[in-house]
Design a protein around this ligand. Structure first.
Ligand SMILES: [Mg+2]
Length: 249
């Protein structure tokens, strides 16, 4: 009897998700700062000083050079922390982020996983955090800005370029080429015009809560746009609480 032909493997597809504002309603660096404070890794004084700097930077506009500067100053506060402690910090940060995630984006992410697609988080956030969040979501992996670790301790510096703008697109293209995936079959999700290189690297770009420039671009290009409302996060938290109560009862 001829062998039963096995089901054809699903079309190899990867979906890339930005983290800040796309997956989470907020900035991962701020979640990181709060968790580091709670765990006693940085002092309130450090954070207050950093907060002032960040506010000053924000008033100067949010172009990539400014974001780099804020991020670099923030990460210097973590110099000298062991890689193992950073890992524990990441778990705490992810615990803070989960209730602030957009349920709609999570649903899209889960649909990709259910379809057998790879799901990659791509963010300027430190790599240990992008990876921890990816694990907690059951995603394939997290790509972030690499930290320089020497003798098991974070030096306060990044090991390479910040994972944003063209770097995200380059990382995605490298990954797809290594796997032999066709970018035309792949997806990318972001809120920011800074991610235009990533969005235009795939066949299906989707914008989520886009900034003004990206919204205009998406409208012109006919890209799918998701406009989300924080009330959906509140509703999801209520639902989770009610479920927990039902289970406890
Ligand atoms: Mg973003």
């Amino acid at each position: 009897m001829p062998e039963q032909p096995s089901a054809p493997p699903p079309l190899p597809v990867a979906a890339f998700f930005d983290i800040d504002k796309t997956l989470v309603n907020g900035a991962s660096l701020l979640f990181l700062a709060r968790a580091a404070r709670t765990l006693g890794i940085v002092s309130l004084r450090d954070l207050v000083r950093f907060g002032w700097e960040a506010v000053k930077f924000r008033r100067r506009g949010e172009h990539l050079g400014v974001l780099d500067e804020v991020r670099d100053r923030g990460m210097k506060l973590l110099a000298g922390v062991s890689a193992e402690r950073l890992h524990r910090l990441a778990a705490s940060v992810v615990g803070r982020m989960r209730p602030r995630m957009w349920p709609e984006t999570q649903e899209v992410l889960r649909a990709h996983l259910a379809a057998g697609h790879e799901v990659w988080l791509v963010s300027a956030t430190p790599d240990f955090l992008a990876q921890e969040l990816a694990v907690s979501l059951g995603a394939t992996g997290g790509i972030g800005s690499g930290l320089e670790i020497e003798d098991g301790v974070f030096t306060g510096r990044f090991s390479g370029p910040t994972m944003h703008g063209p770097e995200k697109a380059a990382a995605a293209r490298t990954l797809l080429a290594a796997r032999g995936y066709d970018p035309a079959d792949c997806y990318a999700y972001s809120d920011s015009i800074n991610d235009l290189p990533l969005l235009t690297s795939v066949g299906t770009p989707v914008v989520i809560n886009p900034d003004r420039e990206l919204a205009a671009h998406a409208a012109r290009a006919g890209w799918r746009t998701l406009q989300l409302d924080p009330s959906s996060i509140r509703a999801e938290r209520r639902r989770v609480r009610q479920e927990a109560r039902r289970k406890a009862a």
